[in-house]
Design a protein around this ligand. Structure first.
Ligand code: SF4
Length: 697
């Protein structure tokens, strides 16, 4: 395959840049070349991750044979697919026979195609008849999803196309650093700047995105909610509220207006560290512009108060009359490749396809009808991702687990504990491209296809459903996750309910989602091809798709958006004598997620061979470490060790470390699994840390 150029999409982030893959002649070294395609989001641009993605297609470490072992202290040996799948089916079945149906479960990923995510949810409910499924998107998008649903009645990360960013006159980014995480998206920001648009960034770090902005607000990590409420207080005081919009399009304003009284500017400055004059300038810029956007991301959302924090920014956007106005509104920038679609079709513990709720009798009846099962057969909602991981191998917890497209041994909070729980399982199977840190703990490892070797659909950060096309033949011995689920269902006596053909699965997904909030009924492979992506909701073949939501009404029963009273709460952990500083975590430019792919990509490893902890020179002097020195970071949950980079770009009470690395550089060994009560999002973004210089061996 791929003798000629074939268009597909990047394997990594939610921008889902279009790319063209071409086979290189042997005389030119063989392998494949990748180039940016003229897709609406990236217009030919790719970042270094996308540009180097072809290395994954010919990687020498690629798994091509199922691996099994009888005991975890033995090395793996190669096995046939029949033996490996028989073992997985037996592991799941034995756990259910001994401990009940919920003892077998699946942990999915936000990188799975829509078809796989849909099939994973169906597999657990129909083949296993278990409640035990959730996925790593719970760690990314759940707070924003919860807030958006409560305020607007629907969860689509961006309710408008990315290109609208270029038409906004003022853009406020909260806890988002697209200049590093999705550089091709910056073209839209830059186009706005060329028109004279003003940009503001809220971030404890002076990131590359902040450096390109007009205003940088640098709050104490975990205080964004207080900042948003403080800005709302000022908007009221300065008479900047759009009272006509509030009256016409919202409910709940009076209670929020009263609650905002307590966020007087001096108090908010004390909580957040943001000066009153900067807050005043910010709110005037937001209110006095023709078109204003507030764009949120994980920096604001990955907190035990994450969903309330997102609601606080939504309150501000509603008070200023932004959502639904041209080139205006609130949005959240999704991170994972299928972060949007992956959360729409049943991978979440409490949801069915089309954003239907598993606890809703009408939703159960609709989806059960499509699946050909009795609604009473469908299990009740299960527990969220961290709660599932925390109880692995315990009485009442999952005893046999299949992990797909996720490396929780590195990416989960309190990861050392999660590795202990994985080791306590009666049975663990992992499907992946490489022997990830999670796969290393497994009883069975299933080698599966990757992005350019398969057909399917992804839904990008805008809610645009797009085609992932097969450009390259998969290596011999590798199967797709869809085929794995189909083959396992057959061994569990439910094979007739499952297809391994992506198009067939997508057509079923369309019917299952029909009438739901994320309605794909009118979206076909052919339409995606012809229209270069289709925005959901798209309820029938004649519907044009919905690039912009909320122009006339919100997706609530009365069409009005909801204000919510939300109050600042301190982070679950604050600095004390033993752990005197704050740790915040995030992504770096060259790597992605748990690094399973990017740490194996030569180009990216050369660009960024190891993680560094960013520390302000003043703090470095206090703890006694120099640039390039070695630092041990210690929290109540574990330690990690990495090299120091002095940086004036971060607050002097906070250090930053990227989470892409394993071994003794696993930053998530440190992070706090305190959960948001509404979204069950862990508090990745802030915890208390002790810093201890060490010597390099
Ligand atoms: Fe891939 Fe995201 Fe980079 Fe685009 S911005 S090339 S989708 S990693």
């Amino acid at each position: 395959m791929a003798a000629g150029p074939i268009d597909t999409h990047c394997p990594y982030c939610s921008l889902q840049c279009g790319m063209t893959i071409t086979a290189r002649p042997e005389s030119a070294g063989g392998g494949y070349a990748v180039a940016g395609a003229n897709f609406p989001t990236n217009r030919g641009g790719l970042c270094e991750k996308g540009l180097s993605a072809a290395e994954l297609l010919v990687h020498p470490d690629r798994l091509t044979t199922p691996l099994v072992r009888d005991h975890r202290d033995e090395p793996f040996r190669g096995a046939t697919w029949d033996e490996a799948l028989d073992r997985v089916a037996a592991g799941l079945t034995v756990a259910q026979e001994r401990f009940g149906p919920d003892a077998a479960g699946l942990f999915g990923g936000g990188g799975l195609t829509n078809e796989k995510a849909y099939q994973a949810g169906k597999f657990v409910r129909v083949a296993l008849r278990s409640a035990s499924i959730d996925y790593n998107g719970r760690f990314c998008m759940s707070s924003a999803a919860s807030a958006s649903t409560r305020a607007f009645g629907i969860d689509r990360g961006m309710p408008f196309p990315l290109a609208d960013v270029a038409r906004a006159d003022t853009v406020l980014l909260v806890g988002s650093n697209p200049a590093d995480t999705m550089p091709p998206a910056m073209r839209w920001f830059a186009a706005g700047r060329e028109r004279g648009a003003r940009h503001l960034v809220v971030d404890p770090r002076y990131t590359a995105t902040a450096a390109a902005a007009d205003v940088h607000l640098q709050p104490v990590p975990g205080t964004d909610l207080a900042l948003a409420n403080g800005l709302l207080h000022l908007a009221i005081k300065l008479r900047l509220v759009d009272t006509a919009y509030v009256a016409d399009r919202t409910t709940g304003w009076d209670a929020v207006r009263r609650a905002a009284r307590q966020y007087w500017p001096d108090r908010v400055e004390r909580i957040t560290g943001v000066p009153v004059r900067v807050m005043e300038r910010t709110v005037r810029m937001l209110a006095e512009s023709r078109a204003t956007m507030i764009l949120s991301a994980r920096g604001a959302e990955q907190h035990a108060t994450g969903s309330d924090t997102a609601l606080a920014w939504i309150n501000l956007a509603l008070a200023l009359g932004l959502p639904g106005r041209p080139s205006s509104g609130w949005a959240t920038l999704t991170g994972q490749g299928n972060g949007q679609g992956g959360r729409e079709h049943g991978q979440k513990a409490d949801q069915l396809p089309g954003y239907r709720m598993l606890a809703d009798p009408a939703a159960r009846a609709h989806v059960a009808g499509i699946w050909g099962v009795d609604p009473d057969e469908l299990p009740r909602p299960g527990v969220s991702a961290y709660e599932m991981l925390d109880r692995l191998g315990t009485s009442g917890g999952v005893r046999a687990l299949l992990v797909m497209a996720s490396n929780v041994a590195v990416s989960a909070p309190r990861a050392a504990h999660v590795r202990e729980r994985l080791a306590a399982l009666d049975f663990l199977a992992v499907s992946d491209l490489f022997l990830s840190e999670t796969a290393e703990l497994a009883d069975v490892v299933l080698p599966v296809t990757q992005w350019a070797e398969e057909e399917g659909t992804m839904t990008n950060l805008e809610g645009r459903v797009l085609r992932r096309r097969r450009a390259v033949a998969a290596p011999t011995g590798v199967r797709s996750d869809l085929q794995v689920l189909h083959d396992l269902a057959g061994r569990l006596g439910r094979g007739a309910f499952f297809s391994d053909d992506p198009r067939t699965v997508f057509d079923e997904l369309r019917r299952a989602s029909s009438g739901g909030k994320a309605d794909y009924a009118g979206i076909s492979y052919e339409r995606i091809e012809a229209e270069r992506g289709v925005f959901w909701p798209c309820p029938d073949d004649d519907h044009a798709g919905t690039p912009r939501l909320f122009t006339d009404r919100f997706a609530t029963p009365d069409g009005r958006a909801r204000f919510h009273v939300v109050h600042h709460r301190a982070s679950a952990e604050t600095p004390d004598a033993e752990y005197p500083y704050r740790l915040t975590t995030g992504r770096s430019r060259a790597h992605y997620q748990s690094g399973t792919q990017t740490r194996r990509t030569k180009t990216l490893l050369e660009a960024e061979p190891e993680p560094v902890v960013e520390i302000h020179p003043d703090l470095a002097a206090r703890v006694g470490v120099a640039d390039g020195g070695d630092l041990r970071l210690r929290t109540r949950r574990g330690t990690a060790r990495m090299r120091v980079r002095l940086s004036r770009e971060i607050r002097s009470d906070t250090v930053f470390a990227p989470f892409h690395w394993g071994g003794e550089q696993t930053v998530n060994d440190l992070t706090n699994p305190a959960l948001d009560p509404a979204s069950r999002m862990p508090e990745f973004k802030v915890c208390a840390v002790a810093l201890e210089p060490t010597t390099t061996e």
